[in-house]
Design a protein around this ligand. Structure first.
Ligand code: ZN
Ligand code: ZN
Length: 372
């Protein structure tokens, strides 16, 4: 009998991507095997360039987003083979206060962020993706850029029959984190939302804010991406290098003198600074982008207290927001936005081309198809 294999994406060295064969996954109770239809590209283009991995990635363990069809369940599963699902990232503990209050799984206490300075051993963190392979005793499948993926049952949600994979795949890092950000900040009609540092996360933030009826101002200057913003229907695009960029923001926000909410989507100090300045008093800043563990300095008095700014950040979708996110992705206008944001859809065998497109910035979101 021929051994079943799993095709897995690898980035063995900078600017090289290859498909490798690993043993087909094995699962234990509480997990399913999903045949991945779409594995969206997130931080992997940067990894392809720098070969610097986050604590949960490695050269043969890449990707955390995805949608697909269940091909195998463990005994006692509440899912069936044939179910179409979205896979949310990680393997949270389901016991801590974050998990039991329906908050975001990437903040689960099972992930010892506070131990970062001591160095983390990712395979020991069961709440992370490498931990998925360890707890299942599997040699593959814990990650997104694979043909067959192991998913914890509490991290998958069945897709409505009429929601296509191409739209559902935006529920991970494209629309997901900014959906939760909009919920946390209560973004609605009448709000002015400033979006700075626009890549696919920023494009997703724009789509979320427009869906809620907010007025959207984009701070950006990359031509290709500004064209995407224009197609999405933003109300204003302001070049952050213009000497009067702040006056241009105030021209939109009127006598409040600043946006109600800012989504900073790059982590670049340049945009952070402008997002903070572009907020009104009592405005709220949500960081959706970062540049690793780099620090950022600000004046507690001038930047936060005097202007009474609220600032937080996050990486993913709260458990409690999954239902609303899926319903939003069923909306026809949101689906048109997703069709605009997703600019590349390539077989995983052409991953290098996909990552080069990502690095060029002449793209929105990029999808990979592991089965081809
Ligand atoms: Zn992602
Ligand atoms: Zn937890």
């Amino acid at each position: 009998m021929t051994q079943r294999i799993n095709t897995v994406l690898s980035i063995p060295e900078p600017r090289t991507a290859a498909l490798i064969d690993k043993p087909y996954p094995v699962i234990t109770s509480g997990f399913v095997i999903v045949e991945v239809a779409i594995a969206p590209v997130c931080n992997e283009a940067r990894i392809y360039r720098d070969h610097q991995f986050e604590w949960h990635d490695s050269p043969t363990h890449l990707g955390h987003e995805g949608v697909g069809t269940i091909v195998e369940t463990a005994p006692g599963s509440r899912f069936d083979a044939g179910d179409r699902v979205i896979v949310f990232q990680g393997n949270s503990c389901q016991k801590c206060f974050v998990c039991t209050q329906g908050l975001s799984p990437t903040h689960c206490l099972g992930i010892p962020y506070e131990g970062h300075t001591d160095g983390m051993a990712p395979q020991d963190v069961t709440a992370g993706l490498l931990g998925i392979e360890r707890v299942n005793g599997s040699k593959s499948g814990g990650f997104g850029m694979v043909q067959f993926r192991i998913a914890p049952e509490h991290m998958i949600v069945r897709l409505p029959d009429d929601l296509r994979f191409e739209h559902a795949a935006a529920g991970n890092c494209t629309l997901g984190p900014s959906f939760t950000a909009c919920e946390e900040f209560g973004v609605g009609a009448g709000d002015v939302v400033l979006v700075g540092g626009v890549g696919f996360i920023g494009l997703g933030a724009v789509a979320n804010a427009l869906y809620r009826g907010a007025t959207v101002i984009v701070l950006g200057r990359h031509q290709y991406r500004m064209d995407l913003c224009r197609t999405l229907g933003v109300h204003a695009i302001i070049d952050p290098a213009d000497p009067d960029w702040l006056q241009q923001v105030h021209a939109v926000t009127g006598d409040r003198k600043g946006a109600d909410v800012a989504f900073e989507c790059s982590g670049a100090p340049y945009y952070l600074e402008r997002c903070l300045s572009g907020l009104r008093r009592y405005g709220k800043l949500y960081s959706l982008g970062h540049s690793g563990s780099e620090r950022y300095s600000l004046s507690i008095l001038n930047d936060l207290m005097d202007r009474h700014i609220f600032w937080t950040g996050g990486h993913d979708v709260r458990f409690r927001d999954r239902d609303g996110l899926l319903r939003m992705m069923g909306d026809a206008a949101v689906q048109r936005s997703i069709d605009t944001i997703v600019t590349h859809d390539l077989p995983m065998s052409r991953a290098a081309e996909a990552f080069e497109a990502g690095l060029s910035k002449n793209c929105g979101k990029i999808f990979l198809r592991p089965g081809s």
